[in-house]
Design a protein around this ligand. Structure first.
Ligand code: AHR
Length: 527
């Protein structure tokens, strides 16, 4: 059984609630684990943070069939498209309400030379995608295509710029090309390429995975490079309010975060990234659909590790930035398995099951609960790569369970966090334990939302939620669940897993009791 809590600066009332809660909790353990019961106390607080919508960001790399034969089919395709981008994908992502989209990588970003992707398409040089399958790309999807797509989607672009094999000049010229409103060689070039007005890109990644494919640098070396690049990408007062994100740590590399926070002047830094994927083991990832419970358990172990990762990276950031001005940006997260049989191993195409719904639900709850520091994140990746929200095959498209989780959770975007205290039974497997229940809650526009996940592969869990601090008269709910963990949406059965109305809860004044089926995600709406 696990007890979890996080409190924000608060008054006497909350301290009393906490004290009562601890007293009650100390009496509960044996009962809780025997009956698979969980309890949650919602603790509305004046000073609780707002869950930044950018936590719900996405990531589109030039990798496999994410851009080419994914988003982008070209204007001449028979597949209905807008400027070459599939209309069905545009509609699905608009519906999902994606707040930002990261591009063009990933590892690809540090090989990408943006000038190769502007101007007449038939005159663009090719690029060999050295990290992802060694395929030759024709650069037909470039800066204009991406930024216009973002405008169509109503999403904020997040450009990851080349530090590993680029130059300071190339970087600063990209900033000028997309952002400069006045006269300059780069804004003239943009206008020549038929875009009069600048796009005004706010989010900029200064390289990617500098510790690996971004240049195999040490933290100390990268911190110096970051200082140099970020100095020239903006002016004295950072006109345009660029949000500059440093390439962050690989999983639990706390030294990396420590060095960046210590060595980079705060005036040059707005976000520090973190990458962490979920898998069985890195060496033996296993199939995305044919996995056993042990593999499921191991995957969830790495997914739930996110709680410790964001807590510890945040604690380091707190040492140097007590006011939490700098964001922790988890700009790559998600499940990573073996590619589907018969597909290019460099393309990272995998199916998406209820296991992925569990990863998405628990990870987003973790981010919500840490929204004082985690203010941006990007699921890897949007279409046809890793834990995709959309898969395509020819002219067909399907929405994955992960899509449906993110759509249910979109209610948390820019909502005020309701901190909670959670007692969870354990999900036990072969003598190991994980917290079975994950939860987060928020309020916005008179509505309260509570998202719950039960990762236990076999047992339902009854969750009792103390709602006394809410002024809610009633709840409705949706669920994502299925008969088997391995279930997924296929091109033969695209709607096997979709959100359904959920009624297995009781609400009496001040108390909500929800019975969560095994491996399910439930989002309740109260008003
Ligand atoms: O998302 C796939 C790859 O994973 C990215 O290109 C890289 O940044 C990470 O290692």
């Amino acid at each position: 059984m696990v007890l979890k809590f996080k409190l924000y600066p608060m008054g006497k009332y909350n301290k009393i609630v906490t004290a009562l809660f601890f007293t009650a909790a100390s009496m509960l353990p044996s009962v809780v684990s025997a009956q698979q019961k969980s309890s949650i106390t919602l603790n509305r607080q004046e000073k609780a943070p707002v869950i930044n919508k950018h936590i719900y960001g996405h990531f589109a790399e030039h990798l496999g069939r994410c851009i080419y034969d994914g988003f982008y089919v070209g204007a001449d395709s028979k597949i209905p498209n807008t400027n070459g981008v599939r209309n069905d994908i545009i509609a699905a992502l608009k519906d999902l309400g994606i707040p930002n989209l990261r591009w063009p990588g990933g590892c690809f970003a540090d090989t990408y030379h943006w000038k190769d992707g502007i101007g007449p398409k038939n005159e663009r040089p090719t690029i060999v995608n050295q990290w992802w399958g060694g395929v030759t790309e024709d650069n037909s999807f470039g800066t204009h295509d991406f930024l216009d797509l973002c405008e169509t989607l109503g999403t904020e672009p997040y450009l990851a710029a080349n530090v590993g094999s680029g130059t300071v000049q190339e970087f600063t010229e990209w900033v000028q090309y997309v952002n400069h409103g006045g006269k300059s060689p780069m804004s003239d070039l943009r206008k020549k390429n038929n875009h009069e007005n600048p796009w005004g890109v706010k989010f900029w990644g200064v390289g990617n995975e500098a510790w690996g494919c971004g240049g195999n640098m040490t933290a100390e070396y990268y911190a110096n490079l970051y200082r140099q690049y970020s100095t020239f990408m903006a002016d004295w007062s950072n006109t345009g309010d660029l949000f500059r994100i440093a390439s962050g740590a690989n999983v639990a590399d706390y030294h990396w975060t420590e060095v960046l926070m210590r060595e980079i002047p705060k005036s040059l830094l707005d976000g520090v990234a973190l990458h962490s994927y979920s898998f069985v083991t890195w060496e033996k990832k296993g199939s995305s659909t044919k996995f056993d419970e042990k593999q499921y358990f191991e995957t969830m172990k790495t997914a739930l590790k996110m709680e410790e990762l964001v807590s510890r990276h945040s604690a380091i950031m707190d040492k140097y930035d007590a006011d939490k001005k700098i964001a922790l940006v988890v700009d790559e997260w998600g499940g990573w398995y073996d590619v589907e049989e018969g597909t290019n191993p460099g393309f990272l195409y995998q199916q998406n099951t209820m296991r992925d719904a569990m990863i998405a639900g628990t990870t987003l709850n973790i981010f919500n609960n840490h929204s004082d520091r985690v203010r941006m994140a990007n699921l890897a990746q949007t279409v046809n790569v890793l834990q995709a929200v959309i898969l395509t095959k020819g002219d067909q498209m399907l929405l994955t369970p992960t899509y449906h989780v993110m759509k249910l959770y979109k209610v948390h975007q820019d909502a005020k966090l309701i901190p909670l205290q959670l007692i969870s039974p354990n999900y036990e497997f072969q003598g190991e334990k994980l917290e079975a229940v994950s939860a987060s809650a928020s309020e916005k526009d008179g509505l309260t939302h509570i998202s719950l996940v039960n990762i236990d592969a076999a047992k339902p869990i009854e969750v009792t939620i103390n709602t006394e601090s809410l002024a809610v008269k009633g709840f409705t709910a949706k669920i994502i669940a299925s008969a088997k963990l391995q279930d997924h949406n296929s091109f033969e059965n695209k709607d096997k897993i979709t959100p359904k109305d959920f009624k297995d809860f009781k609400f009496r004044k001040g108390s909500l009791t929800v019975t969560l089926p095994p491996f399910s995600v439930v989002v309740l709406e109260g008003k």
